[in-house]
Design a protein. Sequence first.
Length: 157
Amino acid sequence: MPVAPTVGQPLANYLAAKRVGDLLYLSGVIAVDPATRSVVSSYDDVPAHAQQQLRSLGYVTGQMSVDVFEAPAVAQSWFVLNRIKELVEAEGGQMKDVFKLVQYFRDLRHYPAYNRVRGLFCPEPVVSTVVEVSRMLPSDAVLIEVEATAYVPHTAH
């Protein structure tokens, strides 16, 4: 499976994605920077263009008393969805080809922020499952995990 070097590799011994015919299955994606192996926890952990996108949604306010509470879930949401986008694009697809998302949250109160960020990546509705879980690997700092399924015909390659 070709995966762009910037996409990063899984943290354990499993595939990030697997194609079965025209379907592309993505393992659960969490917000861990592959270069530093640290969990994304602030707006500084995402690129400037991401911060601009998030600002357009009312996040990245510059007010520490607001950003310190919103940033972990919002930045992780952007990072995870962007990673999914990179994985799908590495297989010749686009985010519009993603038709199913399974979203895991440590706290369902993070869902509204995630849902707003998801609109940047998935402007059209997708089949969606939302689950609250007690813990995720590799640490309790991981708030969100998302797995995706996309239809990417071989001709799109």
